[in-house]
Write a protein that binds this ligand. Structure first.
Ligand SMILES: C[S@@+](CC[C@H](N)C(=O)[O-])C[C@H]1O[C@@H](n2cnc3c(N)ncnc32)[C@H](O)[C@@H]1O
Length: 224
């Protein structure tokens, strides 16, 4: 199993803080994310892998829709919180501990900005899905959230140069999680192309947030 120790160390250090933050100061954003996840995933049944599940905060949302979630993440610190919410395993997102074509669904929530190779991860997720299986991506909106987007004033987003820079960046106008762990960036076209190249068919796209969207959610189906 390949393990990106940088990501593991990064979230191990912040896991207790992260759990406190997403259920405290960032609670509104967590609740909005849960609502978008429920819309883009929809009801269903069968085994669902929550990729990079973190502290497993969306386990209840996923279960309430009828799915049976289990989570994987690189960070043992994050999984200590997650294990009270769903069964979990330590795993690298692009080397999933599941047999090919066995899953009914995969969710990837707020993680494409953390995973070093999201394209590879989507290929692994697609390979694990049965035909007709659902891949539900929920992430920050690539056009309006990133080191290049100053959201200090939510009503007036300033876009500065840097949209094409993909590598992890720590500088930027961030508070919260990104001020601690930085973020990678995947431009919009590349993100959508990543799903298609992984053999997934885009079924539904949701943008959310006022007055400028901060969340982009994409529902894909494995058709082959
Ligand atoms: C912002 S957190 C999101 C966690 C959770 N999905 C949520 O929405 O609260 C990103 C997570 O991605 C995990 N991660 C980063 N790179 C990973 C990789 N290559 N494989 C598995 N997990 C990874 C981190 O450990 C962290 O828990």
């Amino acid at each position: 199993m390949g393990v990106a120790t940088g990501s593991r160390a990064r979230y191990d250090e912040w896991a207790d803080w992260y759990e406190h933050y997403i259920t405290g100061d960032a609670r509104d954003f967590t609740e909005r994310t849960a609502e978008i996840l429920a819309r883009v995933l929809g009801p269903g049944a069968g085994p669902l892998l929550d990729l990079a599940c973190g502290t497993g905060i969306y386990g209840q949302t996923i279960s309430a829709l009828g799915w049976t979630p289990f989570g994987v993440d690189l960070s043992i610190g994050q999984l200590r919180h997650a294990c009270s919410r769903m069964p979990v395993a330590v795993a690298e997102a692009s080397a999933l501990p599941v047999r090919p074509r066995t899953l009914a669904a995969v969710t990837a929530v707020l993680c494409h900005t953390d995973i070093d190779d999201y394209a590879h991860t989507c290929q692994a997720a697609s390979a694990a899905l049965r035909t007709g299986g659902v891949f539900a991506h929920v992430g920050v909106h690539p056009c309006f959230v990133g080191a290049f987007a100053d959201r200090t004033s939510p009503s007036e987003i300033s876009i500065t140069p840097g949209y094409w820079e993909r590598e992890r960046r720590f500088e930027g106008p961030w508070r919260g999680v990104r001020a601690k762990v930085g973020a990678r960036h995947v431009p919009l076209g590349e993100l959508l192309d990543t799903f298609v190249r992984a053999g997934l068919s885009i079924d539904r796209v949701i943008e959310a947030g006022e007055p400028t969207p901060d969340i982009l959610a994409v529902r894909c189906i494995r058709t082959g």
